[in-house]
Design a protein around this ligand. Structure first.
Ligand code: ASN
Ligand code: ZN
Ligand code: CA
Ligand code: CA
Length: 319
């Protein structure tokens, strides 16, 4: 916000060496971006309050390892920039509020903290304990958390029970789309940060939610009170709808098949549903209706895209 944009080299933990926008003031570089709403990234120095700006002398940041405190800052800064670029280039949206909202990303929060969260105005990432989590700054997690901000400013889905599970799923959907926009992507959430000693697992699996213990069909939904009524569990149902719509395939519980329409169209349908049709108390049935309205708007009521959207929800037991 103070100087002029510069292009730095970031040696990240999870994305290799990346180009990041930084800010040059009086010969010192800052992890700040005068475009993209003025987003900036700070170092919490393993505390839960305060925080300090990251500065650098040569605009080459991090070392691709956790030994250097800048590395996690690179991932967080890059993730926030990529999230901004994804929403702008895909939907013409400038920031989570559509009006240039300035996102702060805070890294090295707390001591071995095993989570990342959106608090209503900023992103916060822990370093993890090294066993359950590595630093939680992967692209899908950055996209997930920042999308909580977008959801809050649009549909406002209440964070419990079915509306909360839908809220979580929208964060997984766009988190994975942000990851995909970097040039490579999957339908796993958090695979880079979760259980470093175990390969192939993830926090959540959209193509096969049951692989991480989550339901892939409405008949298997969790109805207890834990996790705010299963927001990170029942998100598996909508995640599976999105996966089947984007990629095509057969739901393992119902045996019903869906013809995929590709990631960009599936994301456009879910984005329009989230930003135009949903309300705070929407349940899965309401999300089905909202995505059908969106598919009709975008592709027509008798389009293959509309029919695939209906079939994806039906395959997952929501009709
Ligand atoms: N990382 C978690 C999430 O974004 C934090 C939370 O439970 N809200 O879902
Ligand atoms: Zn979340
Ligand atoms: Ca992923
Ligand atoms: Ca793992």
């Amino acid at each position: 916000m103070d100087g002029v944009n510069a292009t730095g080299t970031g040696k990240s933990l999870y994305s290799g060496n990346v180009s990041i926008t930084t800010d040059l003031v009086s010969g010192v570089y800052y992890l700040r971006d005068n475009s993209r709403g003025g987003m900036y990234t700070t170092n919490m120095n393993n505390r839960t309050t305060g925080g300090s700006t990251f500065t650098d002398a040569d605009n080459v940041w991090g070392t691709n390892t956790t030994a250097n405190v800048q590395s996690a800052g690179v991932d967080a800064h890059y993730g926030a920039q990529l999230t901004w670029d994804y929403y702008l280039s895909s939907f013409g949206r400038r920031g989570i509020d559509g009006n240039g909202f300035r996102v702060l990303s805070r890294v090295h929060y707390g001591n071995r903290y095993n989570n990342a969260f959106w608090n209503g105005s900023s992103m916060t990432y822990g370093d993890g304990d090294g066993t359950t989590f590595r630093p939680l700054v992967s692209l899908d997690v950055a996209g997930h958390e920042i999308t909580h901000g977008l959801t809050e400013k649009t549909a406002g889905l209440i964070y419990s029970n079915e509306s909360g599970a839908a809220n979580e799923s929208f964060s997984d959907i766009f988190g994975t789309m942000v990851e995909y926009s970097s040039g490579t992507g999957d339908y796993l959430i958090g695979e880079d940060i979760y259980t470093p000693a175990t390969a192939g697992d993830a926090l959540r699996n959209m193509s096969n939610p049951a692989a991480e213990g989550d339901p892939d069909h409405y008949s298997k939904r969790y109805t207890g009170t834990g996790d705010n009524g299963g927001v990170h569990i029942n998100s598996g149902i909508q995640n599976q709808v999105f996966y089947l719509l984007a990629q095509g395939g057969t739901n393992r519980t119902s045996g019903l098949a869906v013809t995929g329409i590709g990631r960009p169209k599936a994301a456009a349908i879910f984005y329009r549903a989230l930003t135009v049709y949903l309300t705070p108390s929407s349940n899965f049935k309401a999300v089905r209706t909202a995505t059908l309205n969106a598919a009709r708007d975008l592709y027509g009521a008798s389009s293959a895209e509309y029919n695939a959207t209906a079939q994806a929800w039906t395959a997952c037991g929501v009709q």
